[in-house]
Design a protein around this ligand. Structure first.
Ligand code: URA
Length: 270
């Protein structure tokens, strides 16, 4: 085997194992004991939220809204009066380490005048490249799901994610990452002021509803979302993530029920 073929084999092996993102110049074993001081600007958040050593493998292990600390993003987000200011504040924000490995920030897609706002988890590989939420395989399914009740991103929905940068290798965002980005999401909701929120998947549902309950229990019924900058609560429906439906198509029937409930509510508001 030539050296080139060997290198290609090694790269293919990594891609098959899901290693698709270069996070540094040097290869690094996650199991090697290596004590490095964290970057100065992320120390306060990491120390305040959780010990980094408890966070491997990264998990959505507790509810970030229950933390009493105020991440630096909160003040920045609260100052934003328009979507453009929010986009600028987020793209100038350097405290979330996900930004270092992402290609693009994924701000939003859809109609900012829409009455329905959809919140997903985090960009994947396709979203990272295109800078738009839900443009990959699960995005195609999401569009088809909403089309069944007459909704589309061109017309009547607006879509964001809990974190705007792709977590390397498509892992779940950690509690720290979510805590850092949450004030931007909260401000985003306040600026759009939708009538209804649709929370897609467990991470979005737990984060926005401020609960540790799982998506199985949260989906299919109405919840209220409130924040300081909102005059009245917003009704939220949680449902399964399309990526989960791609793996478990039998659950589509439940999502169909959730969507019909949303449609009924939408019609009752006309
Ligand atoms: N999954 C999400 O939760 N959001 C995206 O934008 C893409 C996939």
């Amino acid at each position: 085997m030539t050296l080139n073929n060997k290198i290609i084999n090694i790269i293919e092996w990594h891609v098959d194992a899901g290693v698709t993102v270069a996070v540094g110049e040097e290869p690094r074993s996650l199991y090697a004991v290596r004590v490095e001081p964290p970057a100065a600007n992320i120390v306060p958040v990491i120390q305040a939220v959780a010990s980094p050593s408890t966070n491997f493998p990264p998990q959505f292990d507790s509810n970030p809204m229950k933390k009493t600390i105020s991440p630096p993003s909160r003040r920045l987000a609260q100052q934003c009066q328009t979507l453009e200011e929010l986009r600028q504040a987020m793209s100038n924000f350097n405290d979330c380490p996900l930004k270092l490995t992402a290609t693009n920030m994924v701000f939003s897609d859809g109609n900012p005048e829409a009455k329905i706002m959809v919140i997903g988890e985090a960009p994947g590989a396709d979203e990272d490249i295109q800078g738009k939420p839900f443009v990959g395989l699960s995005g195609k399914l999401l569009d088809r799901m909403f089309a069944t009740i007459g909704l589309s991103r061109q017309e009547n929905i607006y879509i964001i994610n809990i974190v705007p940068w792709r977590p390397p290798g498509n892992r779940q965002p950690t509690t720290q990452e979510i805590t850092q980005c949450l004030p931007f999401v909260q401000r985003h909701i306040e600026l759009i002021r939708p009538d209804l929120l649709i929370l897609v998947g467990g991470v979005a549902a737990k984060t926005i509803l401020d609960t540790n309950e799982g998506i199985m229990r949260l989906r299919g019924r109405w919840h209220d979302y409130t924040s300081e900058g909102l005059e009245a609560p917003i009704k939220c429906m949680a449902t399964f993530h399309p990526a989960f439906l791609l793996r478990s198509p039998a659950q589509k029937a439940q999502v169909w029920r959730d969507l019909l409930t949303v449609q009924q509510e939408q019609h009752s508001r006309k």
